[in-house]
Design a protein around this ligand. Sequence first.
Ligand code: K1U
Ligand code: ZN
Length: 167
Amino acid sequence: MAILKILQYPDERLHTVAVPVVQVTDKIRSLIQNMAETMYAAPGIGLAATQVDVHQRIIVIDTSETHDQLLVLINPEIIASHGVSDYEEGCLSVPGIYGKVKRAEAVTVKALNAEGESFVLDANGLLAICIQHEMDHLVGKVFVEYWSQLKQMRTLAKLKKKQRSIM
Ligand code: K1U
Ligand code: ZN
């Protein structure tokens, strides 16, 4: 297994639209293992393939407290949603930045698992938020892009200042 490099906002590659997985092969399963290891090491509760510069529709999520409930979503599609939630989100590609985003409170998602089998999942709470956040990554959208231009500019300035202090 390997820890992968997570792209950092505003890297343009985060705006790439991912393509569907055609076949779930051993190579895809190996990528999934590496994505899971990267997510747990970060630590985070989700990771989209886009964030590790692989532009295929693959997500890993684990919102459990025990960090042993890995959820793999390949070619995810939201087939139903309801309610509104306004949850404070974070992102491994935008470290140190947190802010609210309005999303559906509950979603029903259809996807393939790591064996290539189709399944349907009803999600609510943090899991529903995380699924929507990760699915946004697959279409090249980062959570800060829901915010006003002013707030986005302030966020960029904060990130640049932070980067300068590291160098
Ligand atoms: O997409 C990502 O970069 C992962 C992101 C997922 C997410 C978090 C919160 C709301 C929506 C989506 C993260 O995992 S950020 C880190 C984080 O939330 C966390 C880290 C350690 C423990 C618990 C949470
Ligand atoms: Zn993210």
